[in-house]
Ligand binder design. Structure first.
Ligand code: UDP
Length: 238
């Protein structure tokens, strides 16, 4: 039994890779369902949740541009990849009884709602999970920045970044056993030491709006709910 959550509304950002499972491409439905069950626990505890999912498991604009593709076109393809992931997560969530709405920054009205800020807030107030797709809708940006932007627009109490490890470390903990996990970090420290948590634009936006970034492991069962009630393992950037 966990104490009541310390956050009322949060945005959860997960990378596309978090949905890959053991594959090296695409969406593994079992993995998506596991992530979905984390979200369900959070919603059941009374927290309002919205999601931004990356697209790196399907398409990354920068990699395609490096091979000679037009950068803007490549980025639009990357944004389309996030729409696929959003629909995958929607399926996974609704399969376990969580109500969702997908809103795309690039209107695609045959498959989801267009992004409408006040409507998204209303969905969350009704207990629905809103999945924001297509990033910011602009090339040259990332889904990290999209997550920060939506977190600010939605008036979230925190931006939760679900990663492969349970926080920010002084070095890669999977390679260096002496790497130390930080409990707390300052925004400026993350920027000046170039700690690879989220890109600088996202960190700056969170700093300007005084919204903490909570870095935790998306693969620890029950981890999201624990961190939401102030008991889990994580790094808080604030
Ligand atoms: N993208 C973009 N604008 C945005 C968000 C995403 O152009 O606002 C494109 C960009 O090409 C990026 C791709 O979508 O490489 C997938 O997103 P990202 O790499 O952030 O996904 P993640 O690494 O989180 O899986």
């Amino acid at each position: 039994d966990l104490p009541p959550p310390v956050y009322k509304r949060v945005l959860l950002k997960i990378s596309g890779e978090a949905l890959m499972g053991d594959q090296n491409y695409g969406i593994d439905l079992k993995t998506a369902e596991r992530v979905a069950s984390e979200v369900k626990q959070a919603v059941n505890s009374g927290v309002e949740v919205c999601l931004v999912i990356g697209g790196g498991n399907i398409f990354r604009g920068l990699s395609a541009a490096a091979k000679g593709m037009d950068r803007a076109a490549a980025d639009y393809m990357g944004m389309l990849a996030t729409v696929m992931n959003a629909l995958g997560m929607q399926t996974a969530l609704e399969r376990i009884g969580v109500q969702t709405r997908v809103q795309s920054a690039i209107p695609m009205t045959s498959i989801c709602e267009p992004y409408i800020r006040r409507r998204a807030i209303r969905h969350m107030e009704k207990g629905r999970v809103v999945i924001f797709a297509a990033g910011t809708g602009n090339p040259f940006f990332t889904t990290d920045t999209a997550a920060a932007l939506r977190a600010a627009e939605m008036g979230c109490d925190a931006l939760f970044k679900g990663t492969q490890v349970d926080g920010v470390y002084s070095d890669d903990p999977r390679k260096n056993p002496d790497a130390e996990r930080y409990d707390q970090l300052d925004y400026l420290e993350v920027l000046s030491r170039d700690l690879k948590v989220m890109d600088a634009a996202a960190v700056t936006l969170m700093r300007e709006n005084a919204i903490p970034i909570v870095v935790f492991s998306i693969h620890d069962k029950g981890g999201l709910a624990r961190v939401l009630s102030g008991q889990g393992v994580c790094t808080v950037i604030g």
